[in-house]
Design a protein around this ligand. Sequence first.
Ligand SMILES: Cc1cc2nc3c(=O)[nH]c(=O)nc-3n(C[C@H](O)[C@H](O)[C@H](O)COP(=O)(O)OP(=O)(O)OC[C@H]3O[C@@H](n4cnc5c(N)ncnc54)[C@H](O)[C@@H]3O)c2cc1C
Length: 500
Amino acid sequence: MKNPLYRAFIKAGEQAGYGYTEDYNGYRQEGFGRMDMTVRDGVRCSTAMAYLKPAMNRPNLDIQTHALTTRVIMDGKTAVGVEYRQGGKTLKVRARKEVILSASSFNSPKLLMLSGIGPADHLKEHGIEVVHDLPGVGQNLQDHLEVWVQQECTQKITLNSWLGPLAKAWIGANWLFLKRGLGTSNQFESNGYIRSRAGMKYPDIQFHFLAGAIAYDGSSAFKGHGFQVHLGANKPKSRGWVKLKSADPEAPPEIVFNYFAEEEDKEAFRAGLRWTREIFAQPALDEYRGKEVSPGPDVQTDEQIDQWLAETAETAYHPAGSCRMGTDAMAVVDPECRVHGVRNLRVVDSSIMPTVTNGNLNAPTIMIGEKAAARGGLVHHADGHQRQPQRTDDHDRRKSRRLYPRPHPAAQRRAQLRPRRLAKQPTRQRSRKKRLEPRGLWELACKRKAGKAGRQDPRGLVGAAVRKGSGILPGASLPFAGGARSHKVRSHKAGSRHPQ
Ligand SMILES: Cc1cc2nc3c(=O)[nH]c(=O)nc-3n(C[C@H](O)[C@H](O)[C@H](O)COP(=O)(O)OP(=O)(O)OC[C@H]3O[C@@H](n4cnc5c(N)ncnc54)[C@H](O)[C@@H]3O)c2cc1C
């Protein structure tokens, strides 16, 4: 946040009455504040870097690259493996327990349909044998749209002065050799969340602020100095779908978002533009504000705003919801991510979200992976997947026993003997030792057991889904390796008062 414009934007949000939020992922989403980034040591930290790389040496992890999964192999209504193409060959991998699809909101429904799970009529159109008629597969597709509101800047402090070839080379060299400078940031360093209208239970408008005036993909920039805010209405009512174009796994699916099919979606953007102008008009931006560049002062009426939306709104790359979680007839997965009507098959990615989040999608998708690994990987549902998750004390006891198996009886006996040998020590120290010793042995026993099973961490058990040969898609197992960290995410979410 070296550039003063980022702080000025936050201040302007406060002056407009929305307040400051310390942590928009925490108890209070509404307000203006700094933007979190998944950047580590100046490099954007993808799930591959954060989860897969540290787990690469695990003997129970097998990664196949340059591979295209073509279908899930079904034995009746049970998933038993996956088929994939690699180097011109068609290969199969058997699943010992389960198959987990994690191929995104476009490709998870596509793979389900290629495997005979989806709307029966649509599958028959493409000559695919129906394994299970599941009408919701591919439906309920949602996305975030966004537009930019650009403002001229009266001071020469914006990113627009860094767009020349020499400046870019300087940024590149600084980043490459020193991991410093502008190259270490995604440039969206402050943001805000507000409600588009009274009566909303949570903020539905999101702002990403940029200290420059330039197209998202860098293709066109304002000639001069400017700043902009990316305005997004995050709770669209419009729904689209993903369908098969053909039964050929290499053919891309047909994707229709139906953006702005619902009038309410336009209303949210119209309100969003008016609130943006109000925020930009606050005193905190007085010393920087020039004239409005986009959409421009002439765009005022609903019709004019709609026209501007139609011309400029673009995807924020947040597709979600095409394999919706739920228990009704149109739901695709149950609350444990298991595909309805078939066995041993889960979907764990952004496609299971019932509605798109009212914030960015990457972290919630990782959370889905962590949560599924922590719960699904542990709970063995031998008697059918339709059972509701058990949350009884009994369940927790069995779960914790699997995480921390009882020590070997000999280790237990040694633990019981140990306090007697400490008899001569002062009372306070002795009682502390008494408490700690058995636990130490117990943990040692856990580690040994985990070691024998080829796991690095006893809690790594929850990463069972990445077990060698378990049929995970390449590139799909990313969130699972981090199962041991799921407690962090749970406590974090528990603190949130806003539905995400
Ligand atoms: C350009 C861009 C910028 C973004 N910026 C942000 C951002 O700043 N913040 C944010 O929160 N979100 C951002 N997102 C969104 C975020 O990346 C996604 O929401 C998130 O990655 C979704 O995760 P997923 O697991 O559902 O799908 P993906 O991350 O797409 O993972 C699916 C994986 O499955 C693999 N796969 C698919 N089909 C097959 C197959 N048949 N065989 C083998 N492998 C297959 C794919 O190669 C991919 O690796 C951005 C997205 C894009 C495209």
